[in-house]
Design a protein around this ligand. Sequence first.
Ligand code: AHG
Ligand code: MN
Ligand code: MN
Length: 340
Amino acid sequence: MNTETPGGPKFMTLERHIIEGEREHEGATGSFSSLLHNLSLAAKLIWREVTKAGLVNILGKTDRMNISGDVIKKLDEFADQTIYKAMDHGGDLCVMASEENEDILQIPDDYPHGRYVLIYDPLDGSGNIDANVTIGTIFSVYARVTESGMGTIEDVLQPGHRQVAAGYLLFGSSMMFVYCTGHGVHGFTLDPSVGEFILSHENIRIPKRGSIYSVNEGNFDRWNPNTQRYIRWLKEEDQATGRPYSQRYIGSLVADVHRTMLYGGIYCYPGDTRNPNGKLRLMYENNPLAFIIENAGGAASDGRRRILDIKPTSLHQRVSLYIGSREDVRTAEEFLAGMR
Ligand code: AHG
Ligand code: MN
Ligand code: MN
């Protein structure tokens, strides 16, 4: 819970946290606060639909495929459109990009164009919707690099270290809004009775090493020998190094990484013979989560390089991911380099 004061617990709403954060920046215009505020509104609208998902006829597959070849579920579309519509007219953004759309998303001509760029995975883990398992939304904010007017692909394809903010929404047993502007990672839980996000996880820190690994081990035979050796090592008995690790895999990246950040350990999506660069997308998944985990004291790598240093080449590019406790990610890199 957040800070205790002599008068009792102090309630910090997301709204106030955002405004107080922006006040610390000289010359801030309020645009950044407005952007995050609009996102928190989209979050509540998506959550409302997610909680109704079993009741109304919104579940089930549409016959369209998204650009990465996955079947889009209706809730993905709802989340995609809700975020776009909540964000297009605020005057804070010059362009957006969503995992569900092949091209960048322009701000309509008749709305003002602002200085920020929003990149999002509208619904991560959507394969889990029908089973009532935790899913989420992942987002990333950059400052534009072009001068003015419509944003371009150049504004979107920036390396992750240039993010000015990143966060995710988690639709689980409760609804959370976790965000980071480079000054710690903070988690807010929605109190549905008043419709406010309340600070519940202040300045989250990930343990230096953990004892849980998270990976789709069904792909084991498709991995290269170094990756296989690393995962086998995690399962060996060795009390001195706290092995074997426990295995947890929800199959919603955002939920698996959230758990990893709270409990420590590592989440991996390695490249394999079918997908040499793994399955996860640099712009929509790896970069925002890497920014958050690094700010919580952890690390994120593609096995060789820091995720945040990768220069993106295309909107839907896939990159292998090893993310979590700093020491666990270092051990993974050593195995992948064939050093152990
Ligand atoms: P999305 O639902 O946005 O397409 O992402 C699915 C991703 C990610 O959430 C998850 O961790 C991963 O796919 C699971 O992949 P496998 O089924 O290959 O394990
Ligand atoms: Mn995803
Ligand atoms: Mn998605």
